[in-house]
Design a protein around this ligand. Structure first.
Ligand code: OGA
Ligand code: MN
Length: 320
């Protein structure tokens, strides 16, 4: 495949890779393989090409992926229609320990023979009256994954097996840029504030098993995290909002909390911080859940969408 938009630059050894970082070039090639990184959005998102998924990744390749991931937050690997669930698990494990399926996702699956605790199925497909996966065909509103627990995952990987003819695209926003562009007085105010992240509903708005339907944000059940976190790898601060529903900023009145959160959410989800992934079959997308949020647009429920997903375990949230 060739890159039409941004020309690729060929680099053939490790010294050159160092120089490449200094010159901030957009493409990387090491001595082992042809690996290119092409930015996709203005704020975040890049496509990585040239990885042979049939072999274990070399240390050099992994370092390059890690560098690109730190810089672009969301990476897309395109054109791999034959990856198996095991391939996705093997790839994902390069970046850390994997979480088991989150609560409420499909357990045993009659349609697609995946019986592995690391794999979650995201799908609207219904077989014998039972959904084979999570999130249906609804919109999944802006969120970061599972921020309602104390150690939210650091990343998720989503692999497209079937996609609808239209809709079902996934949008991402860059939470470093959202933070950096806030007025200084607001940044200062946020440093001492924390927010509760609602555990009761998923991003498609469905009540999770075992949770009460609470509509008063001052009573929300879920983990409490700083509104500004420091990314453990980049060491940079970013906004950490998680999800809007049920959010409440500790120590404020409900009116103050709603006003502050409305302002932060309107700011963070502005188009200038955004990039949308328009899926093709065989796309594998890996997002950094610490510094990016995502949403999935709705699609026609009479069409099919089938994704496999893994989730990489997180680390303590560092106060910004
Ligand atoms: C998820 C998610 C979005 C999508 O799996 O966490 O939000 O595009 N998925 O399916
Ligand atoms: Mn999600």
């Amino acid at each position: 495949m060739t890159s039409k938009v941004i020309p690729s630059i060929v680099i053939r050894n490790k010294k050159m890779i160092m120089r490449l970082e200094i010159k901030k070039m957009s493409s990387i090639i090491d001595s082992d393989l042809l690996l290119t990184v092409r930015p996709l959005g203005t704020s975040l998102g890049a496509e990585v090409r040239g990885i042979d998924f049939s072999k274990p990744l070399t240390t050099v390749t992994l370092e390059q992926i890690q560098l690109a991931w730190t810089k672009y937050l969301v990476l897309r690997f395109r054109g791999m229609p034959t990856l198996s669930a095991d391939d996705l698990i093997t790839f994902s494990k390069n970046f850390g320990k994997l979480d088991a399926r989150p609560i409420g996702s499909s357990d045993k699956n009659p349609y697609f023979d995946v019986d592995k605790p690391e794999i979650t199925i995201i799908s609207n497909v219904v077989v014998a009256g039972k959904p084979i996966g999570g999130l249906g065909a609804y919109e999944a509103v802006w969120h970061s994954d599972m921020t309602y627990v104390d150690l939210p995952p650091k990343a998720s990987c989503l692999y497209a097996i079937e996609i609808p003819p239209t809709g079902g695209n996934t949008y991402f926003v860059n939470m470093y840029e959202a933070y950096d562009s806030l007025p200084t007085d607001l940044k200062n105010r946020l440093t001492s504030l924390s927010c509760v992240h609602d555990a009761s509903r998923n991003s498609a708005g469905e009540l999770r098993k075992g949770f009460a339907d609470i509509n008063d944000p001052t009573k929300t059940v879920g983990a409490v995290h700083p509104l500004v976190r420091v990314h453990p790898v980049s060491k940079k601060p970013c906004l950490f909002l998680g999800r809007r529903r049920g959010a409440f900023v500790s120590g404020l009145t409900l009116v103050e909390s709603e006003a502050l959160l409305n302002e932060l959410w309107a700011h963070a989800t502005a188009p200038r911080f955004m990039w949308s992934q328009e899926w093709e079959i065989g796309d594998l997308v890996m997002w950094d859940n610490r510094c990016a949020m995502h949403r999935r647009e709705a699609f026609d429920p009479t069409t099919r969408r089938l994704m496999l997903r893994t989730q990489i375990s997180g680390e303590p949230v560092l106060q910004g």
